[in-house]
Design a protein around this ligand. Structure first.
Ligand code: NAP
Length: 247
């Protein structure tokens, strides 16, 4: 399918989980996909996965928490066509109750999830403004809306992404660029594999659809937000959470 022919899509954190599903979805539909990982080995696997299926794209190394790494990535990006679609997906958790939370647990999460998104978006925004076209989709989280015990760092970073989304949407709307966020609920990935059975059961009890989501169910919404069909949607947060939080 050639829905994204001539489109270049940058997906951060495309080595596994939700980012991998998003990268695959775009590659299958004809985009040139730039998928990132923090190590060369994982970046090579992304390249292999994409090209093995005769799709087009490349895996590149990027640590969004490290300004130097972002600068180096920016230089590599200049050798490619500029992204028209940016999916800020890379993110981490360092869960702890606030009483016990170490400074580094707070700083790593905010520096990766929130400042990392800022750094990568700055790399892409100028060329989108020139093209007078762009789609930016930020992967936030249900806990950025609802809060969650043990995740004050993570939920603060994910709520911050929503404020950023709305502000940037106002700044760049007149240039044909839309900026939206997707707030996944609990999705079956390595991030949620870490949960013990007790926590998993208590989460399932809070989900009206009584199951975890699949990464592809997030990719489907990112896909929609990247098309012309969604051209009048900007500054919004779309929840994909099985009904877990309806606020
Ligand atoms: P995951 O399986 O843990 O994958 C995280 C991805 O982010 C990996 O590709 C990882 O790359 C990359 N990454 C981590 N730190 C990075 C850094 N400093 N710089 C660049 N890339 C980095 O996570 P996931 O479950 O798919 O989650 C993806 C996004 O959805 C995250 O933003 C997460 O907060 C959000 N989310 C997930 C859920 C869920 O239930 N899974 C729910 C709500 C929101 P490496 O492989 O190189 O480490």
């Amino acid at each position: 399918m050639n829905k994204y022919k001539d489109k270049v899509v940058l997906v951060t954190g495309a080595s596994r989980g939700i980012g991998k599903a998003i990268a695959n979805k775009f590659a299958r539909q004809g985009a040139f996909v730039i998928g990132t990982a923090t190590t060369q080995a994982s970046a090579d696997i992304i390249s292999k996965n994409i090209t093995a299926d005769n799709f087009t794209g490349i895996g590149l190394v990027l640590n969004i928490a490290d300004k130097l790494s972002v600068d180096e990535f920016g230089n590599k990006l200049k050798e490619l066509d500029a992204p028209n679609i940016l999916v800020n997906n890379a993110g981490i958790t360092r869960d702890n109750l606030l009483m016990r939370m170490k400074d580094h647990e707070w700083e790593e999460v905010v520096n990766t999830n929130l400042s990392g998104m800022f750094r990568v978006t700055k790399l892409c925004i100028r060329s989108m403004m020139k093209q007078r076209y762009g789609r930016i989709i930020n992967i936030s989280s249900v806990v950025g809306l609802s809060g969650n015990s043990g995740q004050s760092n993570y939920s603060a970073s994910k709520a911050g992404m929503l404020g950023f989304t709305r502000s940037l949407a106002i700044e760049v709307g007149s240039r044909g660029i839309t900026v939206n966020a997707v707030a996944p609920g609990f999705i079956s990935t390595e991030m949620t594999d870490e949960l013990n059975d007790e926590i998993r059961d208590s989460i399932l009890n809070q989900i009206p659809l009584a199951r975890l989501g699949h990464p592809e169910e997030i990719a489907n919404v990112v896909d929609f937000l990247s098309t012309d069909e969604s051209a009048y949607i900007t500054g919004q947060t779309i929840s994909v959470n099985g009904g877990m939080y309806m606020g």
